[in-house]
Design a binder for this molecule. Structure first.
Ligand SMILES: NC(=O)c1ccc[n+]([C@@H]2O[C@H](COP(=O)([O-])OP(=O)(O)OC[C@H]3O[C@@H](n4cnc5c(N)ncnc54)[C@H](O)[C@@H]3O)[C@@H](O)[C@H]2O)c1
Length: 458
C-alpha cells in the first residue's frame, strides 16, 4: 500500500520503518529539514533498538523515503498517519496545534480519497477538529480557484499507538491489539476496509483489530495510560506504607503479582513514572474530565503520588547526610526515564539532579545514552547546573571517591556490578536505589548501607 507518515519522531519513525518492512511504500514527512537530511543518510536521530537496521534496509530497498514536502506526502498516500507531538499546554491539556497544522496542510493538497489517521495521542473530539480543519482548507482552496468543484472525499480515523519506547519495533510488529475508531458512514466504512488491509500482516496469528467509534478509540488510549500510571502510583503508595510498617514491597509485589487478575507488569515500586507520555496524558485526561464537568478522582491522586515519590527519595538521601549535601560528591547511575531509550522527557533523574545540586552536592553521572547536561535538559538554561555535574563514560568511574551512589534508571549494565570493587571505590559504601535492583539482605552482607524504595534500609 502507499502510506505516508507525518512526524519522524519515536512513533512516526517506528511506524514508517515497520510498514516499509512489510512491503508498503512509505513516505515519511517531517518539518525538521536537518532531521530529514540525516534520515536520508540512514542516520537515525533517536535511539530505539532495531530501528536503525530497519531504516537502513528499507532505504536501500527504496520502500521508505524522507521529505519535508507535505504536498508529496499527501499526493502519495492511500493512508496518511499523523504522528506529530501533542505536548502539554500550560493548563495541562494536550496541545494539538501540531496535529491541526498538519490537518490544514492536508486540506491544501488533498486531491483524491484519503484516510487521515490520528496516531498521535489526542483528546476526545480531536478527529472532529481535524475533519473541520481539512474541510476549511479545502473550502478556501475552492473559493480561491473560483470554480464550483466537488471537494475530494476523506475520512478521519483514530488509531492510537500503544508502543513502548525501548521495545517499540517489537511492540509495533507484534501488537497486543490495534484499536481503530471509524465513523459509521460510507467514508468511514471505506476507511475501515483500508485500515484492515494495512494491518492485515499484523493479524496472521490472531485477529488483533478492535474496531469502534472514533471517540471511544480516542478515550481508549488515555484510559490505558491512566490505568498503567495508576498501577505504578498504587504500588508507590503501598511502598511508602511498607516502609513505615517495616515490610518489603518487593515481597508484596511477588505476593500480589502472582494473582493473574493483577499480574506482574507495572507494579514495581520506584521513582514514579516519567517519559513523554504518562505525565502529559494523565494530566490531559484529568483536564478533559474537568472540562466535561466530571472529576477523575483516582487519576488525580495518581498524579499527586507520582509527584511526591521522587521528592521523598531525595529527602531520604538528604536525611542520611544530616539535611545538607554541601561538599558531597554523589555518583548517579541512569538518567533516561527508563532503560533502552535516549528519551529524557520528564525523567525523574532531572528532578533528582536539580535537587541534589540545590542541596549542595556535586554529581558524577553515567548513562549509556545521555552524556551532557544539554542532552539531559534540552532547551533549559543549564550553565550553573553544568558546573556541578560531570558525565563519565564508565559506571565505575562515576563512583570513585563518591559519598554515595544513587540509581535512577534500571539499565541492564547496572544490574550485576562488581560489588567488591564498588565498595572499595565509594568513599562510604552507601547506595540509594530508586529502582530496587538489589536485595537489601545481600547488600548488608556485602557491607553496604543500602536504601531501596519500600524496603527496610540494610
Ligand atoms: N513516544 C512514545 O512512546 C509514544 C507512544 C505512544 C503514543 N505517543 C504519541 O505519539 C505522538 C508523537 O510522539 P513522539 O514521541 O513520536 O513525538 P516526537 O516529538 O518524537 O516526534 C514528533 C515529530 O513530529 C514532527 N512535526 C511536528 N509538527 C510537524 C508538522 N507540522 N509537519 C511535519 N512534522 C512535524 C517533529 O519535527 C518531530 O520530529 C504524541 O502524541 C505522543 O503522545 C508517543
Amino acid at each position: 500500500m502507499k502510506i505516508t507518515i507525518v512526524g519522524a519522531g519515536y512513533v512516526g519513525l517506528v511506524s514508517a520503518a515497520c510498514f516499509a518492512e512489510l512491503g508498503n511504500h512509505v513516505v515519511c514527512v517531517d518539518r525538521d529539514a536537518g532531521r530529514v537530511e540525516r534520515l536520508r543518510k540512514a542516520e537515525v536521530p533517536i535511539f530505539e533498538p532495531g530501528l536503525g537496521e530497519l531504516i537502513t534496509k528499507n532505504l536501500a530497498a527504496g520502500r521508505i523515503t524522507f521529505t519535508t514536502d507535505m504536498k508529496a506526502g499527501v499526493r502519495h498516500a492511500d493512508i496518511l498517519f499523523i504522528a506529530v507531538g501533542t505536548p502539554p499546554a500550560g493548563d495541562s491539556s494536550a496541545d494539538i496545534s501540531q496535529v491541526l497544522a498538519v490537518a490544514g496542510e492536508i486540506g491544501e493538497h488533498l486531491s483524491r480519497f484519503l484516510v487521515i489517521v490520528d496516531k498521535s495521542t489526542v483528546p476526545v473530539g480531536t478527529a472532529d477538529r481535524v475533519r473541520e480543519t481539512v474541510l476549511n482548507a479545502l473550502r478556501q482552496r475552492g473559493s480561491k480557484s473560483g470554480a464550483a468543484r466537488r471537494l475530494p472525499d476523506f475520512a478521519v480515523v483514530s488509531n492510537p499507538e500503544f508502543l513502548k519506547e525501548g521495545a517499540a519495533v517489537e511492540d509495533f510488529m507484534r501488537p497486543d491489539r490495534v484499536v481503530i475508531g471509524v465513523s459509521d458512514d460510507p467514508s468511514g466504512r471505506k476507511a475501515e476496509a483500508l485500515m484492515r488491509q494495512a494491518y492485515a500482516p499484523f493479524n496472521r496469528n490472531r485477529e488483533r483489530l478492535i474496531v469502534m467509534d472514533v471517540k471511544s478509540a480516542e478515550l481508549t488510549k488515555y484510559a490505558a495510560n491512566a490505568l498503567l500510571a495508576t498501577k505504578i502510583s498504587f504500588m508507590n503508595d503501598m511502598a511508602n506504607l511498607a516502609d513505615a510498617l517495616g515490610a518489603d514491597i518487593e515481597k508484596v509485589r511477588q505476593g500480589i503479582g502472582s494473582d493473574r487478575r493483577i499480574g506482574y507488569d507495572f507494579i514495581y515500586a520506584g521513582l514514579g513514572y516519567g517519559g513523554s507520555c504518562f505525565p502529559k496524558d494523565v494530566a490531559a485526561i484529568c483536564h478533559t474530565a474537568r472540562e466535561s464537568g466530571e472529576r477523575l478522582r483516582v487519576v488525580e491522586a495518581v498524579r499527586s503520588v507520582n509527584a511526591s515519590q521522587k521528592q521523598r527519595f531525595v529527602e531520604r538521601i538528604a536525611e542520611h547526610f544530616g539535611g545538607s549535601l554541601e561538599g558531597r560528591e554523589i555518583a548517579l547511575w541512569g538518567l533516561t526515564f527508563k532503560p533502552a531509550t535516549d528519551d529524557v522527557r520528564e525523567a525523574p533523574s532531572r528532578y533528582i539532579v536539580r535537587r541534589l545540586i540545590a542541596l549542595g552536592a556535586s554529581i558524577r553521572a553515567h548513562d549509556p545514552q545521555v552524556q551532557s547536561i544539554e542532552q539531559l535538559m534540552p532547551g533549559e538554561s543549564v550553565a550553573r547546573l553544568g558546573q556541578r555535574i560531570r558525565f563519565v563514560s564508565d559506571p565505575m568511574q562515576a563512583v570513585r571517591g563518591a559519598d554515595a551512589l544513587v540509581i535512577a534508571t534500571e539499565w541492564k549494565v547496572y544490574r550485576s556490578p562488581d560489588f567488591a570493587a564498588l565498595r572499595k571505590s565509594l568513599k562510604k559504601p552507601v547506595i540509594f536505589d530508586g529502582r530496587n535492583l538489589f536485595d537489601p539482605a545481600d547488600m548488608k552482607r556485602l557491607g553496604f548501607h543500602y536504601q531501596g524504595v519500600g524496603r527496610r534500609a540494610a
